[in-house]
Design a protein around this ligand. Structure first.
Ligand SMILES: *Cc1c(COP(=O)(O)O)cnc(C)c1O
Length: 805
C-alpha cells in the first residue's frame, strides 16, 4: 500500500491509502470524494471531522474502507514507527540547520557501492515527510539515510522513533526557524532529541552551542552514545582534526589514523558537508584512503533542481536530468500533471540505477506509474527499460542509449507538449534537454518556485485559516511570469487571483487556470471577453456600473460576479462611501449580478507615519461595507490589506487579503524581510573582457573615464532588458563570481560595461544582476525607486526559467 497525504499526488489509486490530515489551512477530508472518484478505496479519517453529511455521503461508498482515528497525522506517524521496527539495519539520521539534504545525497552516492540505500526523497524531512520517507524501507535495503527538520519544540520526539537512527549527524546550527524557539540553545536541545537512542553521533565541535548541549543534555539521557567530533585546525588531540588548503583535505585522528584526500568542491559549506561524510564513512569502516578517494571522485554536485524551460515548437520542458529514482520520479510525474497549460504530455525516462530492487519488480512498478499518467508518448532509454517494454503502455518507444535516441529522434516530433526529461546522471540527459530547449540570449530571470511557495505560506500563516488569500498576478505576475506563477498558485489552492487588464486574465484562462479572477481595469471594449472567459470585473464608478448593467441586460441569460471598490482615501479608483447606498440599490435591482466582494486599498500601509490615516481608512471601509450589505441584503467578501498591510495591520485582515510583492520575495515594510526567500535571480553573462589603458573612455558620450588602466567586462544586458539606465556610471553594480563590480559609463540598449579590475573573471562567466546576495531593494534604492519598478521592469524578452529545488 502507498501512503498518501496529498490528494494531488495519487499515482496508483487502488493501491493507496489516504490519510486525511487537517493542517493549518487545509483539511484532507475535503478531498475524499475526489479521491474516491479516482479509485482510492482506503481512507484514514478523524472522528472530529466526520459531520453527519460526510458520514451519509461516505456510507454510499460501499466498497471503500474508512478507518476512524482521533488524529490522522498521529496515525500515520504510528504506522511509520511500526514499519521502522521491522528492520534491523543501520540507519543514519541527519539534522541541523543547513546541509541536511546535501549530506544525505552525498552519503547516498558515497555508500551506494557498498549498501542498498534508501533515503528521504528530496527534502522530505517534516512531520509528514519523515513517515513517508521511512515507509519506503523494504527487505532489499541494507542502509537507511533520513533527514529530519523541525520548526517548533516537541516535533523531534515524534520523529525520533520513526527514524530511530543508529548513527546521527548534526550538520550545524544557524538562524533558520529561530522564530519557533525561545533561544538557539532550545533549538539545539530539541534537535538533539533525534539521537536519544543512537549509538554514534558525528558533529563539528566548532559550534560551541552544539558541543555544550551534547555534553549537558544528550549525555544525560543517552550516556553510552559515542561522540565522534571533528574540528577545523588545532584543537583537542582526542578528536578528528581537519585542515583544508584549497581542494586538499588533511584529516587526522590520534587512533583511527590520518588521511590526505582531494575534495571535489572547495567552498566552505561544501567542505563542511564533505567532512561530515568522510568522517561518517571512516567510522562505518571505510578507511582505505584509495577507496575513499575513488568514492569522492565520483561525487556529483547535488542539484535537485527541477527546471521548467521553454522548449522548441511551443513545448514546455521539465528538466530533471540530474538523477533518477522511484521516489523522485513520482514527484516529477506529479509536477508534470500540474502543468495544465499544454494538453499533450510526454515523458523521456532513463533506467533507474541502483534501486536495490529486483529488475522485474522495479519496472513493473514504474510501468504502472507511467500507465496511470495517460501520456501521449512515453520514451524509455537504457538497456533495462529496453528489456522490460511489456510493462509499458502500447506505443511506447525504447532506445538502448541516449546516443541512439539523439541519432534517431527528430525534434520535430515534439510540439505543443509538456515534456518531462528525467534521467540518471550517467545517461547525460542534458544533451536531450539542449536539443529540445529553445535557444535564447544569455540573460535569464530564474524563478525559484519553492521560494514562492515558502513566501505564500508565510503570508497564509499570517492571514490565518479563516481569511482567504487573493494573489495579485498583474503585470506578468510582477515580472515573474504569470502563467507559471498562476499554475503554482492554483496547485497551492489560493482562493482568488487578480490582474489589471482583461487580456491578462485571458492569458491565465488559456493556460488552464480555473481559479476565479478579478480584473481591476475593465473597459467596455473588453466586456464580451470578460463574460466569455468568466473574468470578474472590478466596478469602481457609476459610469462603469451602468455600462456593465446595460451590457448584461442585452444578454438576459448571463450572470456575473463583480467586485465593488470603495475609495477610502487613496483617491485612485472607487466609489465614495456616500455613493454606496445608491450603487447598492442599482446592484440589488439586478438579479443577473452578484457582488462577490467589496474592497478598498490603504494608501500608506507600509509606513508608520500614516498609521492614523490607515485606521481611518479602515473605519470608513467598514462603514461602507455595512451600507452596501444592508442594501444588497447579503454580505460580500471584504478585503483591504496588501502585503505590507498583512504584516502591519493583522487586525484588519477581514475575510480576504490581497498578496502582491511579498509573494515575490520583497517585504515592503522591511521588518520581516529575513523571513522571506528570494524568488527571482536576474542573470547575464560576460560577452567580452578587455584591458583598457588609463585616460581612455568607455561607452556612449565617452562618460566612463578611466583614471587607471582597467579590465572592462561587457555584459549581455541593457536598458531594453530592464537594466535601468540610471544604474550606469558606477551607480549600480553586479555580482561577478561573488564580487560586486560597478558599472562604468552609460548603460546601452542591449549591453552594459562593468569594471572587473582585480576580479577573477572570464568571458562567458555568469553575472548576477539581482538575487541572493544582491537584493532588489538595494538596486532600487540606488536609483531612487521601489522594488516593484525593478521587478516589473525586466522586459519580456528576458527568458524566465522556473525551477524547484
Ligand atoms: C497591486 C495591488 C495590491 C498588492 O499590493 P502589494 O503592495 O504588492 O502587496 C493589492 N491591492 C490592489 C488593489 C492592488 O492594485
Amino acid at each position: 500500500m502507498n501512503w498518501i497525504t496529498d490528494s494531488r499526488q495519487v499515482m496508483v489509486p487502488e493501491q493507496s491509502i489516504f490519510f486525511a490530515i487537517r493542517g493549518e489551512r487545509h483539511d484532507g477530508h475535503q478531498f475524499i470524494d475526489e479521491l474516491y472518484e479516482k479509485g482510492v478505496r482506503q481512507f484514514v479519517v478523524e472522528s472530529a471531522a466526520i459531520t453527519p453529511e460526510r458520514r451519509a455521503a461516505w456510507a454510499a461508498y460501499c466498497d471503500a474502507t474508512f478507518h476512524e482515528v482521533p488524529n490522522s497525522l498521529q496515525a500515520l506517524q504510528e504506522q511509520a514507527v511500526a514499519h521502522r521496527r521491522q528492520f534491523r539495519i543501520p540507519v543514519i539520521g541527519i539534522t541541523g540547520s543547513n546541509g541536511k539534504t546535501i549530506v544525505k545525497e552525498w552519503l547516498t552516492q558515497l555508500l551506494s557501492p557498498t549498501f542498498g540505500v534508501v533515503r528521504s526523497p528530496k527534502s522530505y524531512n517534516s512531520q509528514v515527510g519523515v513517515p513517508l520517507s521511512v515507509r519506503q524501507l523494504n527487505e532489499t535495503h541494507t542502509l537507511g539515510i533520513f533527514e529530519a527538520g523541525i520548526s517548533k519544540p516537541h516535533e523531534m520526539q515524534v520523529l525520533e522513533p520513526i527514524i530511530r537512527p543508529t548513527i546521527g549527524i548534526f550538520t550545524n546550527i544557524g538562524t533558520a526557524h529561530d522564530e519557533g524557539f525561545r533561544s538557539r540553545k532550545q533549538k539545539v536541545a530539541e534537535k538533539l532529541r533525534l539521537f536519544t537512542r543512537s549509538e554514534v553521533l558525528v558533529y563539528r565541535q566548532d559550534y560551541p552551542e552544539i558541543d555544550e548541549e551534547v555534553n549537558l543534555l544528550l549525555k544525560a539521557v543517552n550516556p553510552s552514545i559515542r561522540l565522534v567530533r571533528w574540528h577545523m585546525g588545532d584543537g583537542p588531540a582526542t578528536e578528528f582534526s581537519a585542515s583544508v588548503v584549497q581542494h586538499g583535505l588533511h584529516l587526522q585522528h590520534p587512533t583511527h589514523g590520518a588521511w590526505s584526500l582531494q575534495l571535489p568542491f572547495a567552498d566552505p559549506a561544501s567542505v563542511e558537508n564533505l567532512i561530515h561524510c568522510v568522517v561518517t564513512l571512516i567510522i562505518m569502516g571505510i578507511t582505505d584512503p584509495a577507496d575513499l578517494q575513488a568514492r569522492l571522485n565520483r561525487l556529483r554536485p547535488v542539484s535537485m533542481r527541477l527546471e521548467l524551460k521553454e522548449g522548441i515548437n511551443q513545448c514546455v520542458l521539465i528538466d530533471d536530468s540530474y538523477n533518477n529514482d522511484v521516489a523522485g520520479l513520482q514527484l516529477a510525474l506529479s509536477f508534470l500533471q500540474q502543468q495544465v497549460n499544454r494538453d499533450r504530455k510526454v515523458v523521456i525516462l532513463s533506467d533507474v540505477l541502483q534501486s536495490g530492487q529486483k529488475e522485474a519488480e522495479l519496472y513493473a512498478h514504474i510501468g504502472r506509474l507511467i500507465s496511470e499518467q495517460h501520456l501521449n508518448r512515453f520514451i524509455g532509454i537504457g538497456p533495462e527499460l529496453s528489456r522490460n517494454t511489456h510493462y509499458f503502455p502500447a506505443g511506447s518507444q525504447f532506445y538502448a542509449s541516449t546516443e541512439a535516441f539523439l541519432a534517431e529522434e527528430s525534434p520535430d516530433r515534439y510540439r505543443d507538449s509538456v515534456v518531462l526529461v528525467k534521467g540518471a546522471r550517467a545517461f547525460s540527459f542534458e544533451r536531450i534537454v539542449q536539443r529540445l530547449q529553445r535557444k535564447f540570449h544569455g540573460t535569464v530571470l530564474e524563478i525559484n518556485m519553492d521560494a514562492l511557495t515558502h513566501n505564500l505560506n508565510y503570508y497564509r500563516r499570517k492571514a490565518g485559516p479563516e481569511t482567504k488569500v487573493m494573489v495579485m498576478v498583474k503585470a506578468f505576475a510582477y515580472g515573474s511570469g504569470s502563467a507559471e506563477v498562476a499554475q503554482l498558485l492554483q496547485f497551492q489552492r489560493v482562493d482568488y487571483l487578480a490582474v489589471a487588464y482583461a487580456d491578462e486574465g485571458v492569458t491565465l484562462r488559456q493556460n488552464g487556470i480555473e481559479l476565479p479572477v478579478m480584473v481591476m481595469n475593465p473597459s467596455p471594449e473588453t466586456f464580451a471577453t470578460l463574460l466569455e472567459y468568466r473574468l470578474e470585473p472590478e466596478i469602481y464608478s457609476f459610469r462603469i456600473l451602468r455600462e456593465w448593467i446595460g451590457f448584461l441586460e442585452a444578454r438576459p441569460q448571463e450572470t456575473s460576479s463583480v467586485h465593488i471598490k470603495i475609495d477610502t482615501g487613496m483617491h485612485r479608483l472607487g466609489f465614495r462611501p456616500d455613493e454606496l447606498s445608491e450603487a447598492g440599490a442599482l446592484l440589488a435591482a439586478q438579479p443577473q449580478i452578484r457582488v462577490a466582494s467589496v474592497f478598498s486599498h490603504l494608501a500608506g500601509a507600509d509606513e508608520a507615519r500614516f498609521n492614523a490615516f490607515s485606521r481611518e481608512q479602515y473605519q470608513q471601509f467598514i462603514a461602507g461595507t455595512e451600507t452596501l450589505a444592508n442594501v444588497l441584503g447579503y454580505c460580500p467578501i471584504r478585503h483591504l490589506l496588501n502585503s505590507a498591510g498583512i504584516v502591519r495591520f493583522p487586525e484588519f485582515k477581514l475575510d480576504m487579503v490581497r498578496l502582491g510583492i511579498g509573494l515575490y520575495g520583497v517585504e515592503a515594510t522591511q521588518q520581516e524581510q529575513q523571513l522571506l526567500r528570494t524568488v527571482g535571480t536576474l542573470k547575464t553573462v560576460i560577452s567580452q573582457i578587455k584591458t583598457v589603458p588609463a585616460g581612455e573612455t568607455v561607452g556612449y558620450s565617452r562618460s566612463g573615464e578611466l583614471a587607471h588602466k582597467a579590465r572592462i567586462g561587457t555584459l549581455a544586458l541593457g536598458y531594453a532588458d530592464g537594466f535601468d539606465r540610471r544604474l550606469g556610471k558606477g551607480v549600480g553594480s553586479v555580482l561577478v563570481n561573488g564580487t560586486p563590480c560597478p558599472t562604468i559609463g552609460n548603460v546601452c540598449m542591449d549591453m552594459a560595461m562593468v569594471d572587473l579590475t582585480g576580479v577573477s573573471a572570464n568571458e562567458g562567466d555568469e553575472v548576477i544582476v539581482f538575487g541572493e546576495g544582491a537584493p532588489i531593494s538595494a538596486m532600487a534604492r540606488a536609483i531612487g525607486t521601489i522594488p516593484y519598478e525593478i521587478l516589473t521592469g525586466v522586459s519580456e524578452r528576458v527568458k524566465r526559467v522556473f525551477y524547484k529545488e
